[in-house]
Design a protein around this ligand. Structure first.
Ligand SMILES: Nc1nc2c(ncn2[C@@H]2O[C@H](COP(=O)(O)OP(=O)(O)O)[C@@H](O)[C@H]2O)c(=O)[nH]1
Ligand SMILES: [Mg+2]
Length: 202
């Protein structure tokens, strides 16, 4: 099986909208998506064993650009801007949402979507929309319950099960997985690398 060295991942470029995706990126893409502050940058750094690949922030809403990374030739990670942060106008929020939906609908190179949800949050309507859409397009969807270190083991399990139950009412095929992760306590990180290996092999 393909085993990639994520440590070699390098930052390519930040773009303001998916219309600016470089033409050369017509190869396998895996995208990370989630509300701002869900732990996306921390997870990208952890996965790639690089402290500063993606910026991490204590201030929600700092990532307004789409960041593109190259794991190796023709294999890309995409860090989509966090949706739902408060300091942005309603119009801008809608713009991001439409853009994300269009990207999931129309990009045939998108092989995997990793949806990050803070383990203490609940799935909202936009999360559901993304889940349904990815499922319909048969894009491999991995739901990551982040910051698992904030809950004890039995509460983590409860959250995992309740999330799976919500999902069972949304999805029609089983190309959806749920994992518990913590970038701080290194929980579930190796599983995600393996999942990426599988996606990048396809
Ligand atoms: N307890 C805990 N906090 C985390 C974890 N990952 C990220 N955080 C914190 O959550 C905040 C937002 O993280 P960041 O990675 O910038 O989220 P992003 O906005 O989704 O990119 C920061 O204060 C991080 O230190 C984790 O695994 N556990
Ligand atoms: Mg970020």
């Amino acid at each position: 099986m393909l085993k990639l060295n994520y440590q070699n991942t390098r930052f390519l470029i930040s773009i303001p909208s998916l219309n600016y995706l470089p033409k050369y990126m017509n190869h396998i893409q895996v995208a990370f998506i989630g509300r701002s502050n869900s732990g996306k940058s921390s997870l990208l750094n952890k996965l790639t064993k690089q402290k500063h690949l993606a910026r991490t922030s204590k201030t929600p809403g700092c990532t307004k650009l789409i960041n593109l990374f190259e794991v190796m030739k023709n294999k890309y990670l995409i860090d989509l801007p966090g949706y739902g942060y408060a300091r942005v106008s309603k119009q801008d929020k809608e713009h991001w949402k439409v853009m994300i939906i269009e990207y999931i609908k129309n990009n045939k190179n998108l092989k995997g979507l990793f949806l990050l949800l803070d383990i203490n949050s609940t799935i909202n309507d936009f999360d559901k929309l993304i889940i349904k859409l990815a499922n319909k397009k048969n894009i491999s969807l991995l739901i990551l319950l982040t910051k698992a270190d904030k809950l004890n083991i039995s509460k983590r399990k409860m959250k995992l099960n309740s999330t799976k139950e919500v999902l069972s009412n949304l999805i029609t095929n089983d190309n959806v997985f749920v994992e518990i992760v913590s970038s701080i306590k290194n929980i579930g990180i190796e599983n995600i690398r393996q999942k990426l290996n599988i996606l990048f092999q396809s």
